[in-house]
Design a protein around this ligand. Structure first.
Ligand SMILES: Cc1cc2nc3c(=O)[nH]c(=O)nc-3n(C[C@H](O)[C@H](O)[C@H](O)COP(=O)(O)OP(=O)(O)OC[C@H]3O[C@@H](n4cnc5c(N)ncnc54)[C@H](O)[C@@H]3O)c2cc1C
Ligand code: SF4
Length: 484
């Protein structure tokens, strides 16, 4: 523990500044400015090293938070990145994008604002990249075993790095043109610029991981062929199937799922020129769905020059403070003001979408009504209907699971009761040698869970191939973290 009285001397939580709104909405660069090293040291010094570190359990990766808080306070950046990399392959992704369940379970958070754990994590890895401390760790000995990883999101990448370092020959297959999954094509640059992915891929390539892009397994190469070529296969294909809203008027032009819209925007920001890109410029935009994806659509539409943006959520507005039934140290549902909400637009809660209306085949508005709760169902309250104008509607209503059936040796990979790919305690599907990790098995979740599952599935595969493993296994497929 760095400063035994740190939490008594510094009671204020100081977080990174967001760039001024009028400046940041004119570009796509990250919203947050780097935090001053002095502020970081003070914030790290607030960690009480409380003995039973609930933050460590709150983090699905089991990050050694008190240890690297202490090392940050002592300004031992090398020691801090060594302890951080011990449990997290990609702290730059989580340090920028994690909703930080660790902070919800920080013991200081019982009667003071929690330690700024996520920002300390981000600063440790930034300093490490700046100072050249992130080096390739090629394996000392090759096992001669081969593994294919299908999907290059955080789950696939974490598994591939662990398995490569364990000495296996690993190839990552990705259907998109570039590696990264939702990190590259879902999450906009204003949350995390793409160079963070690229510099990590350089390290992975130097370690020996092979990347094969533009190949869809199941189409360009059959699952059977892949399975014949490799001794083990990991499915890390995500849960991209979007939830639809099948109401009158759905067929009208101008109504799009969020992901194709965000993918196009991300490609264009990265320099691609696309024909028929859906853009929000000059449009009245309505986003259905109040989660992360909706906020990313909002920030994108703002930067594209939308005339107005209204976000509709069917449920109640979450509270600003913990509810009594979500006490510390659980990860509570709170009203969040993401940077995109601060910039532009209006948010409406308890808004039930009744039908889309249009003219000449194009959407012109949405009829909404107040949400009523009948027998636990959310239904439109008769007599409260009203029309809001819209010429671009984005559906950000969540995801229902992985794409299509996977056939191997004439067997379909079994699904669980939530239509995700079923797996046992060792991340194995019903087909021997075929494993699943990340959103494909868990359902749409978070980056921190994808990395944790990628690491755990790598340990299971290593054990399957070698009979034993020394790779860490931070989570079980059934773990859900500290929830109320
Ligand atoms: C818009 C958006 C914003 C988000 N923001 C956040 C955030 O801020 N913080 C956070 O923690 N989480 C966020 N999430 C969730 C997070 O991105 C996911 O939980 C995480 O990326 C899942 O990782 P994954 O590796 O399982 O899958 P993915 O990242 O979805 O990657 C799967 C990859 O598999 C590839 N693939 C699929 N099928 C095949 C095939 N047959 N052959 C070859 N390749 C294939 C896909 O092209 C894709 O690249 C967000 C999600 C979305 C949609
Ligand atoms: S990965 Fe997320 S939960 Fe874990 S320490 Fe970082 S911010 Fe906290």
């Amino acid at each position: 523990m760095g400063d035994p009285r740190g939490f008594l001397k510094i009671t204020e939580r100081q977080t990174a500044n967001r760039r001024p709104i009028e400046v940041r909405i004119k570009d796509w660069k990250e919203v947050y400015e780097p935090t001053d090293p002095g502020v970081l040291k003070n914030q790290a010094g607030r960690c009480m090293d409380c003995g039973i570190a609930f933050c460590h359990h709150g983090c699905p990766l089991g990050n050694l938070i008190p240890e690297w808080n202490d090392l940050t306070w002592r300004q031992d950046g090398r020691g801090a990145i060594e302890r951080l990399h011990a449990t997290n392959n990609f702290p730059e992704f989580t340090g920028k994008l994690c909703p930080a369940p660790c902070e919800s379970s920080c013991v200081l958070g019982i009667n003071q604002p929690a330690v700024t754990i996520k920002e300390i994590e981000a600063s440790i890895i930034e300093q490490a990249f700046d100072r050249g401390w992130v080096q390739a760790h090629a394996p000392e000995r090759m096992t001669g075993k081969t593994v294919a990883v299908v999907g290059s999101g955080p789950a696939g990448l974490a598994a591939a790095q662990q398995l490569t370092r364990a000495g296996h020959t690993v190839a990552v297959y990705e259907r998109d043109e570039q590696i990264g999954g939702l990190l590259r094509y879902g999450i906009p640059d204003f949350k995390m610029e793409k160079f963070h992915i690229d510099r990590r891929l350089e390290q992975m390539e130097a370690e020996g991981t092979r990347f094969r892009t533009g190949i869809t397994i199941g189409k360009d190469i059959t699952w059977d062929d892949l399975f014949r070529r490799y001794e083990a296969v990991l499915i890390a294909t995500g849960a991209p199937k979007p939830r639809n809203l099948d109401i009158p008027g759905r067929e009208l032009e101008g109504i799009h799922f969020a992901m194709p819209y965000l993918t196009q925007a991300n490609k264009v920001v990265s320099g691609a020129s696309l024909e028929n890109q859906v853009v929000a410029a000059g449009k009245k935009v309505v986003i259905l769905g109040g989660g992360d994806t909706g906020a990313d659509c909002l920030g994108t539409a703002t930067r594209q020059g939308a005339l107005s943006v209204t976000t509709l959520a069917i449920g109640n507005q979450p509270p600003a403070e913990r509810r009594a039934d979500q006490p510390w140290p659980t990860f509570p549902t709170l009203f969040e003001v993401a940077s995109a909400h601060e910039e532009f637009g209006e948010r409406k809660y308890l808004a039930n979408t009744v039908r889309f209306v249009g003219e000449n085949g194009k959407v012109t508005g949405i009829e909404i009504a107040e949400t009523d709760f009948v027998d636990g169902r959310r239904v439109p309250k008769p007599g409260t209907e009203k029309l809001i104008e819209a010429d671009l509607v984005l559906l950000a209503l969540g995801f229902t699971g992985p794409d299509g059936l996977i056939q191997v040796n004439e067997n379909s990979v079994a699904l669980d009761d939530r239509t995700n790919l079923a797996r046992d305690e060792k991340y194995s599907t019903n087909v021997d040698g075929l494993f699943v990790a990340g959103d494909a098995g868990r359902g749409a979740s978070l980056i921190v869970w994808a990395i944790a599952e990628g690491r755990a599935a790598a340990a299971a595969i290593d054990e399957y191939l070698e009979g034993s493993t020394s790779l860490p296994s931070p989570v079980k497929p059934t773990d859900t973290g500290i929830h109320a």
